[in-house]
Design a protein around this ligand. Structure first.
Ligand SMILES: Cc1cc2nc3c(=O)[nH]c(=O)nc-3n(C[C@H](O)[C@H](O)[C@H](O)COP(=O)(O)O)c2cc1C
Length: 323
C-alpha cells in the first residue's frame, strides 16, 4: 500500500508505533521497522542524551530500515536537556522524529537543517494547523480514545480525523483507538494516510515489558480505562487499577484544589515498576480504550502482516462488493 506517509518516511506499510514511555526501546522499534512499519524509540525514557545515543546505536544494529525517535515536550518548569537529545538524534543519523506535547517550534531549525522529517502528535485541529505552519512534515492526529494524553477537547476520531482532512495540507495519520485492518481502512476513508498505534503494540511478543502488562491489556475491555488529572489540565487516559481509584477519590474530594503533589505517589516515577517489574497496581499507566479490541499477543510482523492482508480484503472484497 502506497500513501503519502509511506512515501514520506520510506516505509512499506502506513503503520507507525507511537513513542511510549518505558515501552519504546530499541527492540520494539526495530521489530516494528523490520515488519515494514515505522518503529519509534521513546527519547525521554533514556535518562540522558548519551543513553539515547546508545539506544539509537542498538536499534541500528537490529534493523537497516528507517526508524524514528519520539521527543515529548513536557509542560514542566525544569526541562530535560532537549538540545542534547536532538544532538544525539542528529548524530545518530535518525531521519524521523515524532514530537509530542508542547510545540516543537524552537527545535525545528536544528531538525530541518539536518534533513530530519518531523511528525508532530496533536489532539486538535488548531494544533495540527500550527504544526503545519511551523514546518512539520506530517501530523499524528490523536483522538479522545487514545491511550496517554488526549488533550482537553474530547473530540473522538470519527469527527477529529475528517476535520483534520478538511483543514490540513500536510499528510496525517490517525492515532488513538487503532488496532486492526478495520482501523486502517476507516482511517484512510476519513482522510488519513495511515495509522499510529500505541496500546496495540504493547501487546506484542517483542514489546520489552513484563508479561503482566500484556496480559492486563488482553484482559481489559473498552470500559476499563479512566481519565485522570483533568483538573490539572494534564488529562491522561489510563487503565483502571487500585492506584487510579485512589487518584479518582482524591480528585473527587479536592476538586479544583487538587495539586500535583496530592497524587505524586500514584503518578511519578511509576513506569519502571509497572512496565519492567509487572507491579500492575504501582500507579497510573497510559492505556487506550482500544484494549477492548486486543485479544492476543502476536509478533509485530504477524500483527502488521495481518492488518495489511485483512485491509486488502476489506477494501477489495467488502467495500468494492457494496458498490
Ligand atoms: C503506555 C503508554 C505510554 C505512552 N507514552 C508516550 C510518550 O512518552 N510520549 C508520547 O508522545 N506519547 C506516548 N503515548 C501515546 C502513544 O504514542 C500513542 O499516541 C497512543 O497510545 C495512541 O493511542 P492508542 O493507545 O489508542 O493506540 C503513550 C501511550 C501508552 C499506551
Amino acid at each position: 500500500m502506497k500513501t503519502r506517509i509511506t512515501e514520506l518516511f520510506g516505509i512499506q506499510h502506513p503503520i507507525i508505533q507511537g513513542g511510549m514511555h518505558f515501552v519504546g526501546f530499541a527492540s520494539l522499534a526495530a521489530a516494528v521497522s523490520n515488519a515494514g512499519g515505522l518503529g519509534v524509540i521513546t527519547g525521554l525514557t533514556q535518562r540522558s542524551p548519551k543513553d539515547l545515543a546508545n539506544e539509537i546505536a542498538k536499534c541500528r544494529d537490529l534493523t537497516d530500515k528507517p526508524f524514528g525517535v519520539n521527543l515529548t515536550f513536557l509542560p514542566t518548569v525544569s526541562s530535560p536537556d532537549y538540545p542534547g537529545y536532538i544532538k544525539a538524534i542528529i548524530e545518530g543519523g535518525v531521519r524521523i522524529v515524532e514530537t509530542a506535547g508542547r510545540s516543537p517550534e524552537a527545535y525545528m531549525p536544528a531538525l530541518k537543517e539536518h534533513g530530519v522529517k518531523v511528525i508532530h502528535k496533536c489532539t486538535s485541529v488548531r494544533h495540527a494547523l500550527k504544526a503545519e505552519k511551523i514546518g512539520c512534515d506530517a501530523v499524528s492526529v490523536d483522538g479522545f480514545e487514545c491511550g496517554g494524553h488526549p488533550g482537553e477537547d474530547d473530540i473522538p476520531n470519527m469527527i477529529l480525523l475528517p476535520r483534520a482532512a478538511e483543514e490540513l495540507k500536510i499528510p496525517f495519520v490517525a492515532s488513538g483507538g487503532m488496532a486492526d485492518a478495520r482501523s486502517l481502512v476507516a482511517s484512510l476513508a476519513l482522510g488519513a494516510e495511515g495509522m499510529n498505534m500505541g496500546t496495540r503494540f504493547i501487546a506484542t511478543q517483542e514489546a520489552p515489558v513484563h508479561e503482566n502488562v500484556k496480559k492486563a491489556i488482553v484482559a481489559a475491555s473498552e470500559l476499563d480505562t479512566r481519565l485522570v488529572m483533568r483538573s490539572l489540565r494534564n488529562t491522561e487516559r489510563v487503565l483502571n487499577n487500585t492506584a487510579v481509584e485512589k487518584i479518582l477519590q482524591k480528585e473527587a474530594a479536592l476538586g479544583k484544589d487538587l495539586k500535583f503533589e496530592d497524587i505524586i505517589e500514584e503518578v511519578a516515577g511509576v513506569y519502571p515498576r509497572i512496565m519492567l517489574e509487572g507491579d500492575m497496581d504501582a500507579g497510573a499507566w497510559s492505556c487506550g480504550m482500544v484494549a477492548g479490541l486486543i485479544h492476543d499477543i502476536p509478533t509485530c510482523k504477524e500483527l502488521i502482516d495481518r492488518i495489511m492482508s485483512e485491509a486488502e480484503q476489506l477494501i477489495s472484497k467488502r467495500l468494492v462488493g457494496l458498490l
